[in-house]
Design a protein around this ligand. Structure first.
Ligand code: NAD
Ligand code: UFG
Length: 332
């Protein structure tokens, strides 16, 4: 049985869909702070059966102990956490508590249950402004926000844990920019309030919910002056998690892996791709850079290909088509 913390969220719900597709049993723990029961209902509709779900917090030790015992959990995919860079700057304590203390509680519960296999949601944000692109897992880490530092702190804790007890099997997955939605149109990203990220904002502009996209910076040292990122289809990302679990089953290691596509797309290229997929116009205006943003970030995906035998297969057009389909469903 696989415990998926944060399984009602954007990435977690797609991982659960993929686990169901390949016939793995899972149980979700989520406090619904950034998701809803609607997502769980839709996931159940997608997988065609009831999904074991616990509404609760990853910092709740008694609840964790109950889940590990009740479900005989043998591995954990840990996504539960807060993820807004801006919010982490304004309120770092919440981020330390949810992301770092939450992980400590989880690890302690795992040890009590003798469950020592963990896949952790890290982020390319740990690279900060890396000197060379594509960025490899061996590049120096230097997070620039409290959010990024929580990811780095957890990664360091996991490294220490494995050094203390090599029976732990750990995959630290550094996601680049997850985007898109499940092609069924049943699950996708549902940001609360104004989206921080490009893709959900674009979808809302194309659908007329928002009037125009603000492009943060037109003077970066990139081919068209706008920021370049490695957008990865969320279903490819989900498949990467199953590959990581399979790898850990055969290899008692602590591995760090980039999950991206290996190629970069600019904001203007993304706008054009989304306009094409949605057959809508996407008004935009170029404004000042967003503090903390880097010019370019894309992954070296060689290690993931080599050791997991996994690569992302879905392209930008599919990402935009799937995000658009979900936007239409979500708006109803
Ligand atoms: P999300 O907010 O949609 O999902 C996170 C889920 O965790 C939510 O359902 C939320 O309710 C739950 N949660 C938060 N704190 C919790 C707690 N203390 N106890 C129990 N549940 C809790 O975000 P997402 O985009 O699906 O991201 C999932 C993970 O991947 C996060 O750890 C995030 O930091 C990481 N990540 C995301 C991105 C991205 O761009 N989306 C990039 C890199 C890494
Ligand atoms: N952008 C805009 N306008 C917007 C939103 C974004 O121009 O309204 C631009 C950004 O400046 C950047 C690109 O679009 O050049 C992508 O921005 P996102 O906010 O979508 O993504 P980031 O690369 O800034 O960050 C994301 C997640 C982080 C994670 C990081 C690396 O939000 O949590 O990817 O994984 F750490």
């Amino acid at each position: 049985m696989i415990l998926v913390t944060g399984g009602a969220g954007y990435i977690g719900s797609h991982i659960c869909a993929e686990l169901a597709r390949v016939g793995r049993d899972f149980v979700i723990l989520d406090n619904l702070s950034n998701s809803s029961m609607d997502a769980v209902d839709r996931l159940q509709q997608l997988v065609g059966r009831a999904v074991p779900f616990h509404a609760g917090d990853v910092r709740d030790t008694a609840l964790l102990d109950r889940i590990f015992t009740e479900h005989a959990v043998s591995s954990v995919i840990h996504l539960a956490g807060l993820k807004s860079v801006a919010e982490s700057v304004a309120n770092p304590i919440d981020y330390f508590d949810n992301n770092v203390a939450g992980t400590v509680r989880l690890l302690a519960a795992m040890r009590r249950a003798d469950c020592k296999t963990l896949v952790f949601s890290s982020s390319a944000t740990v690279y900060g402004a890396a000197a060379t692109m594509p960025v490899t897992e061996d590049a120096p880490c230097m997070a620039v926000s409290p959010y990024g530092r929580t990811k780095l702190m957890v990664e360091e804790m996991l490294s220490d844990l494995h050094a203390s007890d090599p029976a732990w099997r750990i995959a630290r997955l550094r996601y680049f920019n997850p985007a898109g939605a499940h092609e069924s149109g049943l699950i996708g990203e549902s940001p609360r309030g104004t989206p921080n990220n490009l893709m959900p904002y674009l979808a809302q502009v194309a659908s007329g919910e928002r009037s125009a996209l603000t492009v943060f910076g037109g003077d970066y040292p990139t081919p068209d002056g706008t920021g370049v990122r490695d957008y990865i289809h969320v279903v490819d990302l989900a498949e990467g998690h199953v590959a990581a679990l399979d790898f850990l089953a055969d290899n008692p290691q602590d591995v760090v892996l980039n999950l991206g596509t290996g190629s970069g797309t600019s904001v203007l290229e993304m706008i054009a791709a989304f306009a094409k997929a949605s057959a809508r116009s996407v008004p935009f205006e170029i404004a000042a850079r967003r503090p903390g943003d880097v010019a370019t970030c894309f992954a070296d995906v060689g290690r993931a290909r080599r050791i997991l035998g996994w690569t992302a297969t879905r392209d930008l057009d599919q990402m935009c088509r799937d995000a658009w389909r979900w936007q239409l469903v979500r708006k109803g």
